[in-house]
Design a binder for this molecule. Structure first.
Ligand code: NAD
Length: 498
């Protein structure tokens, strides 16, 4: 019997009856485990009003000491319960438990970063900018902000934003993915336990109707969105047209360039880890391996050798890779295998073959490898978002760099080489927001900022780090004169510093 999953408003489960619900599955077994309440525009309106009231009446004026106390408590609670949250992620997303725990830990690091909010919010002060006049800058919260997150990191992506938004004094409405909503509900309960005042964080579940209501609501001042590129673009355009500050992180197609002087064992390990980890459902997954000849044959052989040892199955068991998130997504990814063959690529390892370690009727596709992939084939141009790795053979560093820069996406990339000069030229010339040098998934630490270029991010500001603090605050500069006004009489000229 599926369990009901509902909104959390002011820390309490919603008591109403939903007009529409959405099924939640265990992707490893295919079992229908939950029914998620979907919010309509009227409910979104109610939740935003609750958040605004909490912001207005308390949180916007809360002391930095109070905010950091809540953050420290939240950090401790999240650390204590991270195994429970990882289990929820595996049950609804399908990724293996160790990977689920890894994403909670990366989210925890953002909470740790936000614990330093008294330091992060320090402004500037200039004494005597003019005679007895001082000037200083402060940053203030936006008000109610909305966070709309994707299915692939049901804990980490929400945690990229929520701790920073709360630490900077905003009230938050979060709308998680409808495919794996339970991790956010569990994390929201921890915020309440940590002492966050009621109404400062609310979870509203839903689909396009709820998102549209958030994008157009006059009391929502900021939107942090993460998802596929077409929806990110829509969210950016709609949100900004309604006067909101928007950061919309989109899709990706990440390339890994392997030069002939690279350590090929290191490169093969990295390609397998970054290509098939989380079944390729990572925005920083490597989906195209660009091999500079003459290394391709040797590299492909090393990758196949490693793929042979991978165990695909139920993420609660001792497996390397779990299922895809839904049956529909699994079928879509599998359709690219036929498309690649039809386009003329060589299907070296076919993920539709072989067994999986799972019971029931899960959404599995084993790791797949294509060779001799050419630009223009859909397996190269599309974001497949599954365990499909494509090898593109090129003749030189420059050809590889041009191929990467021709991509409409610019989220992550990596170069494998032992040539420092080549690596330095790559980091300088590649048009991608996050670059790895002999590192396959260059996800920045919490105190740096996460974000891609081109169609991988709409807006100017990246997530977390100082860019996150800036996104969730507005700057204000105060110019003040005290005690001795030394009134100089009427002067309609523009004030000058004397
Ligand atoms: P998605 O775009 O389908 O959904 C993302 C969010 O948008 C969800 O909350 C969903 O409910 C909502 N949504 C879906 N359709 C909508 C519509 N028509 N109108 C308004 N809202 C809508 O993405 P997904 O499948 O959940 O996640 C995978 C995608 O996210 C991939 O493209 C991946 O690259 C991307 N992603 C990017 C990053 C990044 O940092 N750039 C990080 C994680 C995931």
């Amino acid at each position: 019997m599926p369990t009901r999953i509902t909104h959390l408003i002011s820390g309490a489960p919603w008591q109403g009856t939903a007009q529409r619900t959405s099924p939640v599955y265990n992707p490893a077994t295919g079992e229908h485990t939950g029914d998620l309440d979907l919010a309509d525009a009227a409910l979104v309106d109610e939740v935003v009003a609750t958040a605004h009231q909490a912001w207005q009446s308390s949180w916007r004026s809360s002391t930095l000491a109070k905010r950091s106390q809540v953050l420290f408590r939240f950090r401790e609670l999240l650390n204590e319960r991270k195994d429970d949250i990882a289990a929820l992620i595996t049950a609804e997303h399908g990724k293996v438990l160790s990977d689920a725990l890894g994403e909670v830990t990366r989210g925890l690091e953002v909470a740790e970063f936000a614990c330093g909010i008294p330091h992060l919010l320090k402004g500037g002060f200039s004494e005597n900018v003019s005679t007895r006049v001082d000037s200083y800058s402060i940053r203030q919260p936006l008000g109610v902000v909305a966070i709309i997150s994707p299915f692939n990191f049901p804990a980490m992506v929400p945690l990229w934003f929520v701790p920073v938004a709360i630490a900077t004094g905003n009230a938050v409405v979060i709308k998680p993915s409808e495919k794996d909503p339970s991790a956010v509900n569990a994390i929201a309960a921890l915020w309440a336990e940590a002492g966050l005042p009621e109404g400062v964080l609310n979870v509203v579940h839903g689909d396009k109707e709820a998102v549209d209501a958030l994008l157009t609501h006059p009391l929502v001042k900021g939107i942090s969105f993460v998802g596929s590129t077409p929806i990110a673009q829509y969210v950016y355009e709609t949100g900004t047209a309604h006067g909101k500050r928007v950061q919309a992180l989109g899709g990706a197609k990440n390339h890994m360039l392997v030069l002939p002087d690279a350590d090929l064992d290191l490169a093969a390990d990295a390609a397998v880890n970054a290509g098939f980890g989380s079944a390729g459902e990572r925005c920083m997954a490597i989906s195209a391996l660009v091999a500079v000849e003459p290394v391709a044959d040797e590299l492909v052989a090393k990758i196949v050798e490693r793929m042979d040892k991978l165990v695909t199955g139920d993420g609660t068991r001792a497996c390397d890779m779990g299922p895809l998130v839904t049956r529909q997504h699994r079928d879509k990814v599998a359709s690219y295998l036929d498309a690649g063959v039809e386009a003329g690529a060589t299907l070296v390892v076919d993920g539709r073959e072989g067994s999986v370690d799972a019971d029931g009727d899960g959404f599995f596709l084993r790791p797949t490898l294509f060779d001799h992939v050419k630009p223009g084939m859909s397996i190269h141009s599309d974001e497949i978002f599954g365990p499909v790795l494509s090898v593109v053979r090129v003749g030189s560093f420059d050809e590889g760099l041009d191929l990467i820069n021709a991509s409409p996406y610019g989220n992550g990339t990596a170069i494998f080489t032992n040539d420092g000069g080549a690596a330095r030229r790559f980091q300088h010339e590649v048009e991608v927001g996050m670059v790895g040098i002999n590192v396959p998934i260059p996800v920045p630490m919490a105190y740096y900022s996460f974000g891609g270029w081109k169609a991988s991010l709409f807006g100017d500001t990246h997530a977390h780090g100082m860019e996150g603090v800036h996104f969730f605050t507005r700057g204000k500069v105060v110019t003040s004169r005290w005690l001795d006004p030394s009134h100089g009489g009427i002067n309609l000229g523009f004030p000058q510093n004397t």
